[in-house]
Each structure stands twice: as structure tokens, then as C-alpha cells.
Design a protein around this ligand. Sequence first.
Ligand code: C2E
Ligand code: MG
Ligand code: MG
Length: 642
Amino acid sequence: MADKGLRAQVADMQDLEQDLHHREAEVELLQETFSEIGSELDLERVFQIVAERARELVHAQTLLIPLLDDNCETYTYRGGAGVNADEIVGESLPLDFGICGWVWRHKKAWWRGVLDELNDQERNDWEKEAGSVILVPLQGKKHFLGGIAGINKRGGGDFDRRDLNMLSLFASIVSIAIENAMAVQKIEEARKLTENYQMQLQRLNRQLIESNRELEYLSLYDTVTGLPNRSLFRDRFSQHLALAQTQAEHFALLLIDLNNFKEINETLGHERGDQVLKDVARRFQIYLDGKNILSRLGGNEFALLLPDADRSQSLEHAARLLQQLDAPFDIDSMPIAVSANIGISLFPEHGNDISTLLRHTDLAMFRAKSGKQGISLYDPLADHSSPSMLTMTADLRKALENDEFELHYQVKVHLEDGRIDSVEALGRWHHPVRGQVPPSLFIHVLEQNGMIDRYTHWVIETAIEQISAWRKQQRDIRIAVNISTQTLMNPDFKIYLEKLDALADIGSNLQFEITENLFLSDYERLCETLSYIRQLGITLSIDDFGTGYSSLGRLKKLPVSELKIDRSFIMDMDKSADDEIIVLSTIELAYNLGLKVVAEGVESEKTYQRLLEMGCDMVQGFLISKAIPIEKLEQLLLDREN
Ligand code: C2E
Ligand code: MG
Ligand code: MG
């Protein structure tokens, strides 16, 4: 009995010892866990440690950590260890679902011992597996977090009260760490969000700066050529002016005006017009060095400030700039001729402020346009009373209304017998202050300002009246009228001609002089317009032949009957062998194409004779007569007849 008692005592002692070992191990595990997660802020790592330690603590096959989600409607398995844990972690379920739902509702642990508290339905559902699940709540300091669940006791059997106590104790220790780590994660997320916002903000800021820069660029630079625009030019001009004033330096201001740009735009379209502008700007830039201020003021006008340039240097530069335009521009494989005029004024000679200098340069340019050489320096005496472009436009508008224009006529003579049966009508305008304004100039301004159609209509109607008057006197004389490309290519021109009833009768006594560059226009439209004109009996002549670029192919196909060799070739024929060859080959070309040839600008007897030998059909020039008013012309015709 005593033996048995002793054995029993020893057994008890051994149990006690084992129990103590367990306890020690458990305490150690708890301590370890506590110290490990106490300093761990990475939430995933915390879940992993908690899951693994808890699984050890209660000897569970699987351990899961379901936590309530922020939406308060679902919970998600955030951590896990053991069998199938990998597949379950990350799953979300509705809040009231299963045993978890029960724990959330009751805020107390689930284990076998709660069976009595279940309602019938719950008991039915969960009775069988009641002991295989243990789930203790995780209660944070501020919030209810979720729980720690052990599933299936390793080695079989149910989770018991000891497991419940241990896991509850464990949960209370780790809940704070979990709550902290969750808070840190939230802060981290918020930080990332802020960082993201900051990055977005920085990006937006950068975009804003970029668009501001673009806006600034658009407001200061010309988008076609990339050159400074008018306002930036004025700005730089005034800076330079202030500097030059304080340092007693001089400079030149140049205005460069492209002559036929409007025509290029009309015939080739604006895209190609822009290309021409770009190429012109590039040639100027290549020629100039960096110290100059080149800008596009708008339309066909460029401005250039040449620091330190005096009179002769500025004239030299201007000539060189014009030379840059000598070679044709290659636009879509078409050679395009561009010419320009340059007006110059000098600081301080010609003005002390921007507006005076600009005005004087404008006047000089104006004179350059009316002259022959294309370059003009401001001349205080000559330009004293000259109108500027602006006043000129207004004056021309008035001139149109008040019928201030006049037609003068220049005869064309048949070389073989001296016969005169045709004249060219040339516009004349007497400006109230400036006197006679060269037609090349006022025609240009009319073209630039949309008034050329109206003017041309007046010329045609005046010519028709004259032809009719001559018809009544039994005179059969043809009048040639110059038609601007702009007018000819305007669809309204055909409509205008349709309404001119007189044409049916006297159309054959009318001729239109058109320029070569017209051949660059939309071929079909041109063909249609020219054919219509021919139908009216009006003949077509190509004026200033040799100065533009005409395509022989097109020349052959279009209903043209006459070529007028430009006066620049005729006037220099005596001196230049090249010009003579050009004239001769043009006459041959015309002959081969079945066209009549007129030589304009015949000033000498020698030229007259040479043209006769060459087989030229007609001549026009000062040798025979300048363009003269109608009364004088009639006298000339009478004299000739006698
Ligand atoms: P254009 O049509 O080539 O006219 C011939 C020009 O050469 C005229 O100049 C004429 O006076 C000039 N000329 C004729 N023979 C000689 C000569 O022997 N020596 C010299 N040095 N010059 C001679 P103008 O009258 O000054 O006209 C210049 C240009 O203005 C014309 O060239 C024409 O393109 C344009 N123009 C004149 N009137 C009109 C018009 O009513 N409508 C249009 N669209 N243009 C016109
Ligand atoms: Mg002409
Ligand atoms: Mg001509």
C-alpha cells in the first residue's frame, strides 16, 4: 500500500515535473514571441510569427488569423501557418459567416465548452466539429481586431480549456503588437499616398511650367520660322536701343519684304507658303551671325537689327541678304522664285526711338518697292512727304471709290510691217500728295489688302468701253489687260466674266496678260478658268516670261497664244550675250509651241533690228512709245495711219 502510495507519489511528481516543463516551455514561447513581435513593425511578419507560435502553443494542425476589414462587412484571413494555410490566407468572407461570425457577435472565445450557449441551428451546424476549432478574439486597445483560430488538434482530440487559456493569454499579449503594426501600416499607406500625391503634384507642376513655357514661346516666337515675333523683336530692339544710347553706339534697322509671297500662298497653298517662309528664314540665318536680331514681324515681312552697322555695311548686308534669295526654293520638287525689297534706317542718324526708326525704315522699304534696285536707305528729303503703307492702303480705298485711276496705253508693234493693232493697258494713279505712284507699288498694296479684284474689274470695264468706242469708229484694236494671279484664281472671277454681256461681242478684242508663276497653281482649276476665258474669245498672253518658273509641259497644254519676253532680257540684249541667247531660244521655243512672241522693253533701234532678225513677232517699248493717255494714243494711231 505504502509502495503503491510511493509509486503513485512518484508518478504524480513526474506528472507535475512534466507539467512544469510544459509551463516553462510555454512561458518561454510566450516571452520569445513577445520580444520578437514587440519590435516588429512589418505587419506581414507579425502575422507570420504570431501564427507560427500560436500553432505551437495549442498544437494545432492549422492556425489562422481572421481580421475584420475596414469596410466592417467582411473579414479576411490575414495570416496563417500549417496545413492548407497558404490557400486560405487572403480569403475574405462575410462578417456573420460561420464560427468567426459567432465570435464577432459575442466578443468571446469559441471552443468545445461553448456548445451549451449555441442556438439549435448553430448547434446542428457546428456540434460535430466544435472541438476541432478554437477561436479566441483579438481585442486591441482601441478596436476589436478579429481573432486567432486553431483548427484540428495535432495527433487528434479536441482543443481543451488549457488551450483556451493559453491562446487567450497569447492573444491578449499579441493583440497590442498587431494593433501597433496595423497602425504603422496605415501610417505607411498614408505616407505612400501623400508621396504619390506629392509626385502627382510635382508632375502637374512640371506640366504647368512646360505649358507656360510653350505659351511664352507662342507669345514670343513665330511658330512658322521659329524666329522672334513682333513683340519679342520690339523688346529686344528697345533693349539694344537703350544700350546703344548709353554707349554711343550705332546700328542699322532693316525691313525685308517678300514680293511675291501673297501669290505663292494663293497659288501653292498656305502650307507650302509656310515652307517658303521657313526656308527664307533659314537662308537668312545661315548668312547672318549670332549677334544680329532677325525676326518675322508677320505676313511676308522680316525685321533685322544689325548692331554696329553703318551706312555702307548695312547696304552691303542688304545686298547679300537679297543674294540669299537668288537660288530658287525647292518646294515639293518645284522651283519657286522669291524676291524681296529691303528698307534701311540707321541709328542715331534717322531716329532716336523705336517708332521713328520703324516708320522711317518702312518709308525706305516703300521706296525700295517703287524703285528698281530693291534696296533703299531712308532719305529724309525724299521720304519727307511719302505715305506709309498704312496711309497708302486707306488712300487706295478712297481712290477706288472716287475713280482716281486712269489707264494709259502702250502700243505693241508688228515687227514685219510696223502695224499696230494692239495695246497694253497700264494702270496709273496720281496720289494727291506724292504724285504718280508706280503701278508695281500700288498693285502690290491692292493685292495685299484684298482690293485687287475690284480694281481689275474697273480696268476690264474701262478697256471694254474703249474697245466698243473704237468699234464704233471702225477701229479694230485689241487691248491687253494685266490680271493678277489672285484675281484669276478667285472662283468669283468666272462669275464676274459671265455677267459681262459685252464680252460676247468684243471678247476677241480683249487679251489677258498673266504671269508664269500661275502655272504652279492647281492645274485643273487653272485649266478650267483659262479654257473658259478662251471660250469668251479672250486671248491669253504670258507676261514677264523668263522671270518665273513655268513648266513647258503645262505651257504646251494650256490655251495660251502669246509669250512676252521680260524686259530685263531685252534691255540688256545689246550688252549681254547670255541675254541674247535667252531671247533667241525663247523665240524658238515659242515658234515650236505655235505661240506669238512679244519683246517688251525695246529701247534702241539696235535691239529692234536684232529682234527682227531673230524672227520675233511684236515689240513693245519706249523706242516706239511709252504708255500714254488715250488722247495721245489716238493721235499716235492717226499719225501712223497717215
Ligand atoms: P508689265 O505688265 O510687264 O508692263 C510693262 C511695264 O514695262 C510697264 O511698266 C511699262 O511702262 C514698262 N515698259 C514698257 N516698255 C519699256 C521700255 O522700253 N523700257 C522700260 N524701262 N520700261 C518699259 P509700268 O507701267 O510701270 O507697270 C509695271 C507693272 O505693273 C506691269 O508690268 C504690270 O505687272 C503692273 N501693272 C500695271 N498696270 C496694271 C494693272 O492694271 N493690273 C495689274 N494687275 N498689273 C498692272
Ligand atoms: Mg503686262
Ligand atoms: Mg511685262
